[in-house]
Write a protein that binds this ligand. Structure first.
Ligand SMILES: [Zn+2]
Length: 299
C-alpha cells in the first residue's frame, strides 16, 4: 500500500509545554506496542487499530498524571461487535484486553479502519485512577463517536475540566502495524482565549497523524507542529507493552476466591488453570498446589 518503509524508532512519549506554559503537549509513538497487542490477541486489522488508539489515549492519561505510581484503567464498552476493551497504563507500561479481537470489518469509504463500527458508540468510557492508597477515582463519560480520539478529548474536557485536543491514529495492513500514536494538547488553568484559539486552529494539522508518524520521528513532528509556539521540551518517556502478571499474583488471586470454590476446583478439576487476559500466559496449579493453598492461611 505504501512504497516507503515506515520510520522506525522506539515507542516513546514526548512531553512539552507551549505558549509560555499556557498549554502542555504529549506526542506519542506506540507502533511496537500496538504490534505486540495485535500479536498477543491474534487480532484483525481494525481491532489492532482500535486497541492501538485506546492504548495511546490511556498512556497519555498515565504519563500526564501528577501522581507517580498510579494505575490508570480505561474500559470502553460501546455495544459494538468487538466487545469490551480494557486497557491498563502504569506510567509508560501498557496492556490491553478485548472481548472479540478477531472480528473484522471492511474499512470505511475514506480508507480508514472502522474503529467506531467495531467498538460501537452506544456506551461508555470509564476511567479508573488508582493511586495505590485510598479509594480509586472513577470517572465515566458517554461515548461520543466511538473513534476514541474525540472520546478521550471529551473525557478531559468534561471530567477533568481541561479543554483538550486529542488525535489518535494507526496504519495497520494485514496484521502489520506500520505506524501508531497520537497527540494530546491540553490547556492549563488560566489559559487565555487567544491561546485556546491558536491551539484550536492547530488541531487541523493533526488530521493526518498516522501518515505523519509513518514518515517522521517524533522530534520532527514536534518541531513541525509547534516550532512557532515557544515549545519547551520536558522529557521523553519510553512506552512498552508490559503485562507484569506472575504465578505468584495468580496464586494470590486463586487464594482470594475462597475455600469453598478451591475445594470444588480440587474435587472436580483436580487443579486450576488461569489464563491472563492481557498476555495469554497460562498459570497452572496442580492438585498439590491447591492442597497447599487450602492448607495455608486463607485470610
Ligand atoms: Zn499477563
Amino acid at each position: 500500500m505504501m512504497n516507503q518503509t515506515p520510520y522506525d524508532e522506539n515507542d516513546a512519549l514526548l512531553r512539552m509545554t507551549v505558549c509560555g506554559g499556557e498549554a502542555r503537549v504529549a506526542l506519542l509513538r506506540t507502533t511496537h506496542t500496538a504490534q505486540r497487542a495485535g500479536d498477543i490477541h491474534n487480532a484483525s486489522d481494525v481491532a489492532i487499530a482500535a486497541m492501538s488508539r485506546l492504548m495511546t489515549g490511556s498512556a497519555m492519561l498515565g504519563v500526564m498524571m501528577k501522581e507517580q505510581d498510579a494505575n490508570i484503567t480505561v474500559i470502553v464498552d460501546g455495544g459494538g461487535p468487538g466487545g469490551r476493551m480494557t486497557c491498563v497504563a502504569h506510567g509508560g507500561d501498557l496492556k490491553i484486553s478485548m472481548h472479540n479481537p478477531q472480528v473484522s470489518l471492511p474499512p470505511r469509504a475514506d480508507g480508514a479502519p472502522d474503529v467506531a463500527g467495531l467498538i460501537g458508540k452506544n456506551g461508555t468510557m470509564t476511567v479508573i485512577r488508582d493511586f495505590g492508597v485510598g479509594e480509586p477515582y472513577i470517572g465515566k463519560t458517554k461515548l461520543i463517536s466511538g473513534e476514541l480520539g474525540e472520546d478521550f478529548a471529551a473525557y478531559y474536557t468534561n471530567s477533568e475540566q481541561t479543554p483538550s485536543i486529542v488525535s489518535l491514529g494507526a496504519i495497520v495492513h494485514e496484521g502489520a502495524v506500520l505506524s501508531a500514536g497520537g497527540v494530546l494538547v491540553q490547556a492549563m488553568p488560566g489559559c487565555s482565549d487567544k491561546t485556546l484559539e491558536t491551539l484550536d486552529l492547530r488541531a487541523m494539522l493533526f488530521s493526518g497523524i498516522s501518515r505523519d508518524l509513518f514518515e517522521d520521528p517524533l522530534d520532527a513532528l514536534a518541531e513541525r507542529w509547534f516550532h512557532d509556539l515557544e515549545p519547551v521540551m520536558l522529557g521523553r518517556q519510553p512506552i512498552r507493552y508490559h503485562c507484569g502478571c506472575s504465578r505468584e499474583k495468580a496464586r494470590q488471586m486463586l487464594k482470594s476466591v475462597g475455600r469453598d470454590q478451591l475445594l470444588e476446583m480440587l474435587e472436580q478439576d483436580h487443579g486450576a488453570e488461569m489464563t491472563c487476559h492481557f498476555c495469554h500466559t497460562r498459570h497452572t496449579f496442580t492438585e498439590d498446589d491447591l492442597k497447599a493453598l487450602l492448607g495455608s492461611d486463607m485470610n
